[in-house]
Design a protein around this ligand. Structure first.
Ligand code: ADP
Ligand code: MG
Length: 360
């Protein structure tokens, strides 16, 4: 049966595609660059005293960009404020982005537990993202609009389950394919299967980062693929289509390898810039306000761009009155800037905010 974008693609081939479909010198050259870039990022992370400090901020950026790909828009400022403030969040897009972060973080935590990497992992991500309690879809869906369908994934039921089982078999087994190439292949297939009624793009992109963690290419989910995809969104959609329509795997794999390479380089730069400014703030506080200096205090203001008294109390850095004094001192030093949000005062770390918002 020939492929038609309006009909369920029940003939979607099982994985893996034949190597002759993608093997080339260009793929291996780009692979080597991408591997080197991600290895450098991986190597840098343990040098940083508290890498968890980076996770919160970078994961939130990934959440924002991955959601923007799906036309869920929020601003950095709104997002970071919502994350730190206890005022109720009114913008549904901001809520959705915060759920993305939760979904990614929960799945990463489970990866380190026995639960691992299975169909249930994907289902939990989907459920966290969408707040729905359904599982794998039992209805037909399509991509595009009713008068212009772009792609129709396989029908629900036995066919869909078979493709999904094959997906996890290939993800779990050690084939002779480099994990980065496998990630690219798996991502196409996940989107082509489209196992859920919604959230397939975001779930699939979370699965990418998790897969890299599972394969130990990186130890923490700080690699930020959605930003590059967002900047090259038309290619992303076109290349997904071309795998379906022409079995054009080479260009798809090259695109995903470029995404990893570019992202690893940018993330490393961000990590270094955040770390350098963290060190310079330590120096400044040690010299100009040695009476309030502890490294816990500086870490906490680098955990999120917005900080508040309650966070210092929660982390047992200081009691309420002392915490307030510390934050005001940091404001006098020009490190923080206070802002009233509802009934709360939030203190913004302008340097960190600037680094994270940098559109580089
Ligand atoms: N032609 C295509 N073939 C396969 N997958 C596609 C195609 N076009 C887009 N996609 C994928 O579908 C995703 C959108 O699916 P959707 O379930 O709406 O996810 P989300 O709710 O996260 O937006 C895109 O992000 C992309 O990954
Ligand atoms: Mg959607």
């Amino acid at each position: 049966m020939s492929y038609s974008k309006d009909q369920p693609y029940n003939d979607l081939p099982l994985l893996p595609p034949d190597k002759s479909r993608w093997e080339s010198i260009e793929v291996y050259k780009t692979l080597a660059d991408a591997r080197a870039a991600i290895a450098e990022l991986k190597g840098r992370l343990p040098v940083i005293p508290n890498p968890l400090m980076l996770i919160n901020t970078l994961v939130l950026q990934e959440a924002k960009d991955s959601s923007t790909i799906e036309n869920i828009f929020t601003t950095n400022d709104e997002l970071y404020k919502a994350f730190s403030s206890s005022a109720s969040i009114t913008n549904p897009a901001t809520k959705e982005v915060l759920r993305y972060r939760e979904a990614l973080w929960n799945a990463f935590t489970e990866l380190n537990n026995a639960a691992g990497f299975s169909v249930n992992t994907a289902i939990r991500i989907f459920q966290n993202l969408t707040e729905k309690d359904e599982g794998i879809r039992d209805v037909q869906v399509f991509i595009g609009s009713t008068n212009s369908v772009v792609y129709t994934p396989p029908e629900p039921g036995r066919i869909l389950t078979e493709k999904l089982d094959n997906w996890f078999d290939v993800a779990m087994l050690q084939y002779e394919i480099d994990p980065l190439i496998k990630m690219a292949i798996l991502h196409y297939q996940f989107e082509a299967i489209h196992p859920f009624t919604d959230g397939n793009g975001r779930t699939g992109r979370i699965m990418n980062v998790l897969y890299l963690c599972k394969e130990k290419l990186i130890d923490l989910p700080v690699i930020y693929l959605s930003k590059y995809i967002l900047e090259n969104k038309n290619d992303y959609y076109r290349l997904l289509r071309e795998v379906t329509e022409k079995e054009e795997w080479t260009n798809w794999i090259l695109y995903m390898l470029e995404t990893v390479k570019h992202t690893a380089i940018i993330t490393l730069e961000k990590v270094n810039t955040i770390y350098d400014s963290y060190l310079s703030v330590i120096e400044k506080v040690k010299t100009e306000a040695p009476d309030i200096y502890t490294h816990e205090l500086i870490e906490v203001i680098f955990n999120q761009p917005y900080c508040k008294i309650a966070i210092l109390e929660e982390k047992k850095i200081a009691s309420r009155n002392t915490a307030s004094k510390y934050l005001r001192r940091l404001e006098q030093l020009g490190i923080l800037k206070s802002e009233q949000v509802g009934r709360e005062t939030l203190y913004k770390n302008n340097i960190l905010f600037g680094i994270l918002s940098d559109s580089q």
